[in-house]
Design a protein around this ligand. Structure first.
Ligand code: NAP
Ligand code: ZN
Ligand code: ZN
Length: 348
C-alpha cells in the first residue's frame, strides 16, 4: 500500500511531502488510518541525526491516533472502526526477561521503534507523519472515547514518558515533585503529577509560561535563569523530572533534592550530562533515567487520563506547517504540543 507522508530527505534539509510503502496486513496486524500525529522533540533529534546516523528518506512521528480500517485473520483485540493509538515502539523480541515481565520498552534486544528501526522484514520503520500505518495488534493501544481525538495523540509519548516515572517513583500526596522544562513532556508531567496528588513545582528558564503552568496544576513556578531558586529551594524535592532536551547543569538541580530524593532524566540531549559525584553523596541522592513505558502501562495511562479528564494542550497544524513547527519547538516556543492533521498530508 502506497501512502502519503512527510519525510526528512537528509539530516539538514526541511521535511518534504512524499509517499511510502506500508507492508501488507499480516495475520496479527491492524491497518490504521491515521487521524492525528503529535510532534515530539525526539522526532527532531532523530531526523537530524543527533543521536547517530540514520538512513534517509525518513518519516518520523510516534504519537499516533487513528481508526482501524482492516484487521489480519488472527487479530483478536481490535476490530474495524476502533479508535486506537500507536506510540514509540511497534514490536519487541518478546523472549527476553524484560519482555516476559511485560516491559517491552526495556527489551534487552532493543524494541522495534516506530521509526528508524530495522523491522522484521528488514525494512526501516517509518513513523506517524503519514496517512496510514500497519502495526502488530500487541503494540496498539485503545484510545478512550472521552479523550478529544486530536489531543489524544501526544499521550502516546509525552503522556507515557512522564506518567511512568511519576508512578514508579511514587508521586502522590505528601510528595514534592519538580518538573524541569515546560514543553511537551513537561506540561504533561505537571498535569499528571497534580492529578496524582503531589505538590508540583515547575522550573522553567523564565516566567513567560507561569500563568499556564499554574492553570495546568502547578502549585509553584520558578525561573531558573536568575539562579536564586537553587539556593532558596535547596534540599526540598522528593522527585525531579528533567524533561530538558539540552545539556543543563545537573549538579545545580541535584542540589534541590531532599534526603533520598531522585532526579529522573527523561530529556535526551545527544551529549553526555556531567555529574559531580559529591552532589549525590549529600542527602543520599539518586540520579536515574526512564524510557517511555510498557504497553500495559501506556493503556493504564490512557485510562487514567480519561478518568481524570487530562488531555494535552495542543496546537493543530497542517502538514505544510511542520517545518515551522519544528523551528518553534527548537526555540521552546511550543504551547504545548503540535499535532498534525493527517488529512492535510497530500502527495508532492
Ligand atoms: P520540548 O517540547 O522542546 O520541551 C523541552 C523544554 O525544555 C522546553 O520547552 C524548555 O522549557 C526546556 N529547554 C529547552 N532547551 C533548553 C535549554 N537549553 N536550557 C534549559 N531548558 C531548555 O521537548 P519534548 O518533546 O518535551 O522532549 C523533551 C526531551 O525529552 C527531548 O530531548 C526528547 O527527545 C526527550 N524524550 C525522551 C523520552 C524518553 O523515553 N526518555 C521520550 C520522549 C522524549 P522551558 O521553556 O520551560 O524552559
Ligand atoms: Zn516522543
Ligand atoms: Zn525483549
Amino acid at each position: 500500500m502506497i501512502v502519503n507522508a512527510y519525510a526528512a530527505p537528509s539530516a539538514t534539509e526541511p521535511l518534504v511531502p512524499t509517499t511510502i510503502e506500508r507492508r501488507d496486513v499480516g495475520a496479527q496486524d491492524v491497518l490504521i488510518e491515521i487521524a492525528y500525529a503529535g510532534i515530539c522533540h525526539s522526532d527532531i533529534h532523530a531526523a537530524r541525526g543527533e543521536w547517530g546516523p540514520i538512513s534517509y528518506p525518513q518519516v518520523v512521528g510516534h504519537e499516533i491516533v487513528g481508526v482501524v480500517t482492516e484487521v489480519g485473520s488472527g487479530v483478536t483485540k481490535y476490530a474495524v472502526g476502533d479508535r486506537v493509538g500507536v506510540g514509540c515502539m511497534v514490536n519487541s523480541c518478546r523472549e527476553c526477561v524484560n519482555c516476559k515481565a511485560g516491559m517491552e520498552n526495556y527489551c534487552l534486544k532493543g524494541n522495534t521503534q516506530t521509526y528508524t528501526s530495522v523491522d522484521r522484514d528488514g525494512t526501516i520503520t517509518q513513523g506517524g507523519y503519514s496517512t496510514h500505518i500497519v502495526v502488530d495488534e500487541d503494540f496498539v493501544l485503545r484510545v478512550p472515547e472521552s479523550i478529544d481525538y486530536a489531543a489524544a495523540a501526544p499521550l502516546l509519548c509525552a503522556g507515557i514518558t512522564t506518567y511512568s516515572p511519576l508512578r514508579h517513583w511514587n508521586a502522590g500526596p505528601g510528595k514534592k515533585v519538580a518538573v524541569v522544562g515546560m514543553g511537551g513532556l513537561g506540561h504533561m508531567a505537571v498535569k499528571i503529577a497534580h492529578a496524582l496528588g503531589a505538590e508540583v513545582t515547575v522550573l522553567s528558564q523564565s516566567l513567560s509560561k507561569q500563568e499556564d503552568g499554574l492553570r495546568l496544576g502547578a502549585d509553584h513556578y520558578y525561573a531558573t535563569a536568575d539562579g536564586v531558586v537553587f539556593e532558596e529551594h535547596a534540599n526540598e524535592f522528593d522527585l525531579i523530572i528533567n524533561t530538558v532536551s539540552a545539556v543543563i547543569d545537573m549538579g545545580a538541580y541535584l542540589g534541590l533534592l531532599a534526603l533520598d530524593g531522585t532526579l529522573v532524566n527523561v530529556g535526551a540531549p545527544p551529549e553526555p550530562l556531567p555529574i559531580q559525584v559529591f552532589t549525590l553523596f549529600g542527602n543520599r541522592r539518586s540520579f536515574a533515567g526512564s524510557g517511555i513505558g510498557s504497553i500495559q502501562e501506556t493503556q493504564e495511562m490512557l485510562d487514567f487520563c480519561a478518568e481524570h479528564g487530562i488531555a494535552p494542550e495542543t496546537e493543530l497544524i497542517s502538514a505544510d506547517e511542520i517545518n515551522d513547527a519544528w523551528e518553534r519547538v527548537l526555540r521552546s516556543d511550543v504551547r504545548y504540543r503540535f499535532v498534525i492533521d493527517a488529512k492535510t498530508l497530500v502527495t508532492a
